[in-house]
Design a protein around this ligand. Structure first.
Ligand code: ATP
Length: 210
């Protein structure tokens, strides 16, 4: 497998890029999607979260109210540490399982990891960073995600800076243009991905190098 890390700030366009790469034939392993799956009602993880953070993190249908949970951990560092301790190992295990399935194939596997700059991975065949100006991310998150500009700015400020992310990039996709322009860049990056070396057997594991 060729194992590519894909990252970018909130609202930069990672999911859009992932979808375009999947059209080319990439196998996308999406950390956020796995997290959402594991937090569905009936999953053991949701029960553990309710035990730690209280029933106020559930909505009236018994599903996780992400906004309520985010509000708790946003202002309480200890709560955030606990949340990460509970969620990360399970999500990590599921990502490992999906990578293991692909390990001996020739497939291009894309690890979509929002916090790759903060939490590096071993032995990737390459790293792609989707980059946009902060103002544009705020604009798109307000327009398409129903997020207030203030909330969007606060979340962006809580993540690694653009410079920190760009420092780990082998390829940068500039998503400040139209979707058509984005597609053109993804086509170019896909060709580059195909030239990358296969990843080693332990590739993709989390590292605490930072
Ligand atoms: P998050 O970090 O929240 O998961 P993301 O990085 O995955 O976000 P996307 O969901 O792909 O970002 O994009 C954010 C929003 O901007 C989406 O509604 C998407 O449709 C839109 N979008 C992405 N790229 C473009 C573009 N080039 N032109 C216009 N809208 C875009």
């Amino acid at each position: 497998m060729i194992l590519i890390g894909l990252t970018g700030g909130i609202g930069s366009g990672k999911s859009t890029v992932s979808a375009l790469l999947a059209e080319h034939g990439a196998i996308v392993i999406d950390g956020d999607a796995i997290t959402r799956d594991l937090q569905r009602p009936g999953e053991p993880l949701l029960k553990v979260l309710v035990e730690r953070f209280g029933p106020e993190i559930l909505n009236s249908s018994g599903e996780l109210d992400r906004g309520a949970l985010a509000a708790i951990v946003f202002t309480d560092k200890e709560a955030l540490t606990d949340l990460n301790k509970i969620v990360h190992p399970l999500v990590g295990k599921e990502m490992e399982r999906r990578m293991a399935e692909q390990r001996h194939t020739d497939n291009v596997v894309v690890l979509d990891i929002p916090l790759l700059a903060e939490n590096p991975r071993k032995g990737l065949s390459g790293v792609i960073v989707v980059d946009i100006e902060t103002d544009l991310a705020v604009q798109r998150l307000s327009a398409f995600r129903n997020m207030s500009a203030q909330d969007a700015r606060a979340r962006i400020a809580n993540q690694a800076s653009r410079e920190t992310r760009l420092a780990i990039a082998d390829q940068v996709i500039d998503n400040s243009g139209s979707l058509e322009e984005l597609k053109f860049q993804v086509d170019r990056v896909w060709e580059w991905m195909l030239t990358r070396d296969h990843a080693a057997n332990d590739a993709g594991a989390a590292t605490d190098a930072l």
